[in-house]
Design a protein around this ligand. Structure first.
Ligand code: HEM
Ligand code: SF4
Ligand code: SF4
Length: 382
């Protein structure tokens, strides 16, 4: 297509420049009944999986239908959501903190029409466009990252494994049979963008080989001290290497036995690529939470050190997730989050019940705080 100017003039880039205007104010987009009852809600109920009603002090009722989304979506699909909102909700909709979409209406009749419209929409391949669910003690959307769609540091994909896991646990998106909500998150590298470190189940992409060193380019592309300071185990040091022509050049050396393949040095230095088809895979973490309900917030803990990448459906990984969900569902008490359950029964019981293999990789060995994760007690179960 031929170039079409927006009116921006590249020869005077600062002319008519608008800046620091911030986001549109949220109140511009309130449905009228939300604006009217704001700050005056009396109570709410979950009517059925995916459907809530909030009742205002005035008696006004607002029905909300929550639907799963793939997070990564086309303008075409967004337009379809807008059409649905125009048809049923006077043009209003919203997205949740876990990338679900919520449509709101103010009567039961409108709710019924909205629900049946949403449930009937499918892609040509057969998947639901707007599956209703994600409320209460079930499994809602998976917080996830860029993966092989857009990032340069991933050890695994995001959208692919998330689709595979949600297909596996789909029934729990549309029901509320678990002891408590179960949050699943995925990050494609240990930068952990998102919420893997604080989720009931976290999936994290990991490497198992040290970076390669592109010696010809290290000194050209990288600020070497930055790469040295990026290493959590001090495995990176500056060095000089001899060139074929007899001259010396500055480069980097890595102590492989100190490297735990975090990939942080690659983030800082493009001459240290680390990704590897066979080496890369996923670690599974469990037991994190962010709410203060009953127990204080928890970090998730590594319980499976490595599962290979198996695109496009990651069968080994989805099997492990499903197993953890089922054992938790069968054993935990009502209101007990996965982490509270595992801590109450003891981690050795968590491993024996789930059948997960305990390997030496799971024992913390990072600096002084590792010591506090070992057991300084004779209290344990055989
Ligand atoms: C102590 C540090 C952090 C805590 C306690 C924390 C906590 C949280 C919580 C509670 C959520 C929402 C989870 C949910 O909805 O169930 C979340 C989401 C998220 N966090 Fe963090 N976070 C931290 C650090 C970070 C960092 C460093 C980044 C990025 C560099 C990050 C990026 C995100 C993203 C992208 C989401 C998903 C947001 C969404 O999809 O709506 N967080 N985090
Ligand atoms: S988790 Fe890592 S690989 Fe994934 S988007 Fe974030 S920085 Fe990129
Ligand atoms: S990958 Fe991580 S541990 Fe290994 S050298 Fe780079 S920064 Fe250090």
């Amino acid at each position: 297509m031929a170039f079409i100017s927006s009116g921006y003039d590249p020869s005077s880039p600062m002319k008519n420049r608008i800046t620091d205007i911030g986001p549109r104010k949220y109140s511009e987009f309130y449905p009228p009944f939300i604006a009217k009852n704001k700050g005056k809600w009396a109570y709410h109920e979950i009517l059925e999986p995916g459907v809530l009603v909030h009742v205002g002090e005035s008696g006004d009722k607002v029905y909300t239908v929550r639907c799963g989304t793939a997070r990564l979506m086309s303008i075409t699909l967004i337009r379809e959501m807008c059409d649905i909102a125009d048809k049923h909700c006077s043009g209003y909709l919203r997205f949740t903190t876990r990338s679900n979409v919520e449509f709101m209406v103010d009567s039961e009749d409108k709710l019924k029409a909205l629900k049946s419209d949403l449930a009937a929409r499918k892609f040509a391949g057969g998947s639901y466009k707007f599956p209703i669910g994600g409320t209460g003690a079930g499994i809602t959307n998976i917080i996830h990252t860029q993966g092989w769609v857009h990032c340069h540091t991933p050890a695994t994909d995001a959208s692919g494994p998330v689709k595979a896991v949600m297909d596996e646990v789909f029934a729990d998106f549309q029901q509320m049979r678990l002891p408590a909500p179960l949050r699943i998150s995925l990050a494609c590298c240990i930068n952990m963008c998102g919420a893997v470190h604080c989720s009931d189940i976290g999936i994290v992409g990991i490497h198992r080989k040290p970076p390669m060193i592109d010696t010809d380019w290290v000194d050209q592309l990288c600020e070497i001290p930055l790469a040295v300071a990026s290493c959590p185990t001090a495995a990176v040091r500056p060095t000089k290497i001899d060139r074929a022509d007899g001259t010396k050049m500055n480069s980097i050396a890595i102590k492989n036995e100190r490297c735990m393949y975090c990939g942080n040095c690659y983030t800082m230095c493009p001459a240290l690529p680390i990704s590897d088809k066979e080496g890369d895979g996923m670690a599974i973490m469990v037991g994190g939470k962010v709410s203060n309900r009953i127990s204080m917030p928890k970090f998730s803990k590594v319980v499976v050190a490595y599962i290979p990448n198996e695109p496009p459906r990651w069968p080994s990984m989805t099997k492990v997730i499903k197993k953890i969900v089922e054992v938790y569902a069968a054993n935990a008490n009502k209101y007990e989050r996965l982490g509270e359950w595992a801590e109450r029964i003891g981690w050795e019981r968590f491993f024996s019940l789930t059948g997960l293999k305990f390997t030496h990789h799971l024992i913390d060995d990072f600096r002084d705080p590792a010591y506090y994760t070992w057991r300084q007690s004779t209290q344990f179960k055989f």
